[in-house]
Unconditional design. Structure first.
Length: 606
């Protein structure tokens, strides 16, 4: 692969694309009832919602797509095909911001790449040490500055699932009314202030804990207060309640039936923070949200909000009436030492030169600093013989990061393993559908495959069982996975999957396969690429539902689709006799692989 050049000459025309397109909205409704094997070709048309135009500057697009030094890089093979899909006037709302921030990120990355290129070739060991300094797995501070003027802890490569921050402190006994812990994020383009990914406020005047987020554009969001009241009592995050239900146990005289105690719920009993008393608080990061334990007991949970996820956190600040004794952050995202060629050789993607068409392309959706997840996949199910021989190709689809150090580490990783495809936008949940389109491009124009699979970087895939199962499946017009035939949009604001009436006016979705793992045939992928190029298909932010919408159009206009539902694709957790399991940590992924090697059985590790 060729190295990038810093000398980039771009003639920029400062213009703005402003398109307005109206979609005709016929009074059709989606069918309510479907069977697994029969979805009628005569279904009525999808009611497509109107889309508002979004502003995308030519300046940003020209930098990303007209720079000749970008072409030819192995990690950018899909990149050059993406421009028509990003220029759409009905683009997803986050597209303009994702492109603008990607442009800034790319400029920084080109600078860092060339800086590294100029370094002496004899400094490889030094570069490796620098890499570890850029993304340490542990940071600590003692007697930190609590003024709030500077960060208590700096997290150069953000946080990831299983990361944790531990504070040991003593609330001010005389003057303290509250203290505050803030997770501060990388500054977003066009904004003057850093976003607050999480604000955690402990109040003593009226004992309570308040959690919230803040951005310059949106201000403060909806707060979560503990103790909680009303409907939020029953809400859970990672199977934990938003607020700990504090209880006291009261001794009673022994009753005739032998009971000696009863449990009495008290709203403000056992408030975890006491003035003048030391505490140890650990803020840890799950799959769905932040969680705080105090002195070993779970106290609060707070669901991640879109574009305010933990991988964007850059610093921790503490302020207010608190004497801090120590602070540390552990299990931070750390890249492997890519200079260790002896280790990397068996993990590098095999060459596909001379291969005209492969059996299966697996596109793994990942984000920048999920280094450990990707390495766990490379060391486990990506070691199947079908993958090592080139019969199956696996590629990670990753957007750029707002953190320049994370981007540099991703670039090194891509050069070392040859299995990463970069996206010309910053990773936001609302742009996942663009990755789905990119995967269809990859599987039809770059690495043509008979079948194309989408999965996530926290999923374990039985490649051998999957290939065996596909031998019995049709080679065209296929959607195969865990399929939902009757589902409705989530209308609850604040939900990660919230869909407004404007985004989808109907009360139900067409059949769709759950995102952790589904397979489509190549003809459907070609239809998706062509349909978006001609702007005949709508963009929808829930990528798995979006694929269902596009496939329904194929079913209506081209060929009857075979919807094959297989419950061995597990959407959440693990059950034995699986083809795919989801929500697996790197440790569990490696454990599943070890069990398959030793026991030749698909049994779980929990």
């Amino acid at each position: 692969m060729k190295n990038w050049s810093l000398g980039i000459s771009i003639s920029v025309v400062v213009l703005t694309l402003v398109f307005v397109i109206r979609y005709e909205q016929p009074d059709h409704k989606l069918p309510r009832n479907h069977t697994v094997d029969d979805v009628s070709k005569e279904e009525e048309s999808v009611h497509e919602p109107a889309k508002k135009p979004h502003f995308i500057t030519l300046e940003d697009l020209d930098y990303l797509f007209l720079n000749e030094s970008l072409y030819g890089e192995e990690g950018l093979l899909v990149w050059s095909h993406m421009r028509p899909f990003l220029e759409r006037p009905d683009a997803l709302p986050e597209t303009a911001q994702g492109i603008e921030e990607a442009t800034l990120a790319m400029k920084d990355l080109v600078f860092l790449i060339n800086k590294e290129k100029r370094a002496s070739s004899s400094s490889a060991a030094m570069v490796s040490k620098e890499s570890r300094r850029n993304c340490p797995d542990f940071v600590t501070a003692i007697d930190g500055d609590l003024s709030g003027l500077r960060p208590l802890l700096e997290l150069p490569c953000g946080l990831t699932e299983d990361s944790s921050i531990t504070l040991v402190g003593v609330p001010d006994e005389e003057h303290s009314r509250s203290f505050q812990i803030q997770l501060v994020g990388s500054r977003l383009s066009g904004e003057s202030y850093h976003p607050i990914i999480l604000s955690y406020v402990v109040n003593f005047s009226e004992p309570s804990i308040v959690q919230n987020t803040w951005t310059e554009k949106l201000g403060w969001g909806s707060e979560t207060r503990c103790p909680c009241h009303g409907s939020v009592r029953n809400q859970i995050v990672d199977e934990l309640p938003l607020c700990n239900r504090r209880t006291s146990r009261i001794a009673l005289e022994e009753s005739p039936n032998g009971d000696a105690t009863m449990e009495l719920s008290l709203e403000n009993a056992n408030f975890p923070f006491i003035k003048g008393s030391p505490f140890t608080a650990t803020l840890w990061f799950g799959l769905e949200g932040f969680h705080m334990t105090v002195d070993g007991r779970h106290e609060t949970s707070f669901a991640y909000r879109e574009k305010l996820e933990p991988w964007l956190v850059s610093a921790v600040k503490v302020s207010g009436g608190l004497k801090l004794l120590s602070a540390s952050a552990t299990r931070l995202p750390v890249p492997d030492d890519h200079a260790s060629v002896a280790v990397e050789e068996q993990l590098t993607a095999p060459s596909l030169s001379g291969v005209t068409k492969i059996a299966l392309l697996v596109g793994v959706f990942s984000t920048g600093n999920n280094f450990k997840r990707r390495m766990a996949l490379r060391r486990s199910w990506m070691q199947y013989e079908a993958v090592r021989s080139g019969k199956v190709a696996v590629r990670f689809l990753i957007g750029l990061h707002t953190n320049e150090k994370v981007n540099l580490e991703m670039w090194r990783e891509a050069k070392a393993y040859g299995d990463i495809q970069f996206m010309p936008f910053v990773d936001y949940y609302g742009l996942l559908s663009l990755k789905t389109v990119a995967l269809c491009i990859l599987g039809t124009k770059v690495i043509p495959a008979k079948y194309i699979m989408k999965t996530d970087d926290d999923a374990f895939v039985r490649i051998d069982e999957l290939l065996s199962s596909l031998q019995e499946k049709p080679s065209s017009a296929l959607l195969y996975g865990l399929i939902s035939f009757e589902s409705s949009p989530d209308r609850e604001q604040g939900s990660k999957w919230y869909i407004s009436k404007e985004e989808w006016p109907l009360d139900s979705y067409p059949p769709w396969a759950h995102g952790p793992g589904y397979i489509i045939s190549q003809d459907i992928a070609k239809f998706v690429v062509k349909g978006h190029r001609q702007r005949d298909l709508i963009l929808f932010k829930l990528e798995d539902v979006a694929m269902g919408i596009w496939i329904q159009r194929y079913n209506q206009t081209v060929k009857r689709v075979k919807y094959i539902n297989d419950r061995r694709f597990h959407n959440s957790g693990c059950l034995s006799d699986y083809i795919l399991v989801h929500y697996q940590t790197p440790r569990l992924v490696l454990c599943l692989w070890e069990k398959l090697q030793k026991e030749s059985q698909s049994v779980c590790c929990e």
